[in-house]
Structure formats: structure tokens, C-alpha cells
Design a binder for this molecule. Structure first.
Ligand code: ZN
Length: 221
């Protein structure tokens, strides 16, 4: 059995879930999960529906990797996040429709819904455009994530992080929902934006919400 077989299978399941939910397309997104000695990352150019546990690449922080496949061409920002943000256990990158559409407008997502508190602040910032796979893009993303759990990438997509795969996947869906809500509100008028103090208040409430596992996925009701 391959090392971390269960995590490899969970990564593939999450990739397929993202495509089934229509928040990613084709082979464009990628996922990394921290493991002993480094992290696992999705391979470059393998369709999710065909991906097998052995296709997931083990990479060390020094960027050396092993296995039959090459890592995602976006490995630099996954590597840098794992190196510089020890609290992160999983990074997800998507070309989801509404996040990407806002990124083409180079707009951050403001606090148009209280659920934005789930990203750790009153905005989802949008980093400047640079070519995919570059160190500059990795630097921009790490900087944007210093006090947030998600950001948009201009003319490209989005990145979000979490302590584990389940939580990061949940946040990816929530951030795409926020982007869709903001996009739709913009079609009709000028969205009302909640004050920073209210988002700070909601962040406090999230800390005490739910029981056990529910605490990882706060919302009302
Ligand atoms: Zn991408």
C-alpha cells in the first residue's frame, strides 16, 4: 500500500466533488495536503476522473518530489504556503466561475454577506496578475493569506486554505457562493457592505458556534 493511501483517496474524492459541484473545470484546479516530511499534491494534467492514488505526488518543502507523475505546475505557491504557514494543512486552488469572473474585473469580494467572516476578515482580497506557476504569484498569494484564508488571483481563479482537507473544501464552496451572491447583486444595483466591526463580531460568534465537528463549519441556523 502507498504511503498515506487514505489521504490520496480523499484528495481524489475532493477533486471529483469540486467538478461535480461545477466549481472547477477539467484539470485546472489543484489540491495539496500536508503529511509527514512534506505534502501531497495533485499531478499536472491528469483528469480527475482517471486519477489514481499513485498519481498523487509527494513533495518535500525543498521542492524535490517522488512518484511516477510530475506535480501540478502551480506547486510553488502550495510549497510556499506549507513552508510559511505551519497552521495550514490543506490548500485548494480553483478556476471557479464566479471567483474567476470577479478576478477578471480585479475586484476583491467585500463584506456583502456575514459568511465572509469565515475567511478571517471583511474581504476576500484579489492579488495582482502575474503568469501562473511563477514565484511572483506564490509571493503575492502568501502575502494575501497573512491575515486571510482565501484570496482571488487576477484573471485566473482563487486559492483557499484550511487546517485540513475537509475544512478547506468547505471554505472553497463558501467563497464561491459569496462570489456568486456578490456578482448577482451587482447586476441589480449597488450592494450594501457590512461594516468591519460587524464582521469582527461574527468572527467571535463563529468561535463559539456548534458542537464538536460542527464548529469547523460555522453558519447560522
Ligand atoms: Zn490555476
Amino acid at each position: 500500500m502507498k504511503d498515506n493511501e487514505d489521504i490520496r483517496r480523499e484528495i481524489i474524492t475532493t477533486c471529483n466533488f469540486m467538478n461535480d459541484r461545477n466549481i472547477n473545470q477539467g484539470t485546472s484546479g489543484n489540491i495539496s495536503v500536508r503529511v509527514d516530511g512534506g505534502f501531497l499534491i495533485t499531478p499536472s494534467g491528469v483528469p480527475y476522473a482517471e486519477m489514481q492514488p499513485d498519481d498523487i505526488v509527494f513533495m518535500k518543502i525543498d521542492a524535490s518530489h517522488s512518484g511516477p507523475r510530475k506535480p501540478s505546475t502551480e506547486w510553488r505557491f502550495h510549497r510556499d504556503i506549507m513552508e510559511k504557514k505551519p497552521e495550514v494543512g490543506c490548500t485548494i486552488h480553483l478556476h471557479s466561475m464566479f471567483c474567476t469572473s470577479l478576478s477578471i474585473l480585479r475586484r476583491e469580494i467585500p463584506a456583502v454577506h456575514y459568511m465572509i467572516a469565515a475567511v478571517g476578515g471583511p474581504t476576500v482580497p484579489c492579488v495582482p496578475y502575474v503568469t501562473w506557476g511563477t514565484q511572483q504569484l506564490a509571493d503575492y498569494i502568501v502575502d494575501a493569506l497573512k491575515d486571510r484564508l482565501a484570496c482571488l488571483l487576477s484573471n485566473h481563479g482563487m486559492v483557499c486554505v484550511g487546517p485540513n482537507l475537509k475544512r478547506a473544501a468547505w471554505l472553497a464552496v463558501e467563497v464561491e457562493a459569496l462570489a456568486a451572491q456578490y456578482w448577482r447583486a451587482l447586476q441589480v444595483g449597488v450592494p450594501h457592505v457590512l461594516p468591519d466591526a460587524e464582521i469582527a463580531n461574527v468572527m467571535e460568534r463563529f468561535k463559539n458556534y456548534g458542537q464538536g465537528d460542527d464548529r469547523r463549519n460555522p453558519s447560522c441556523c
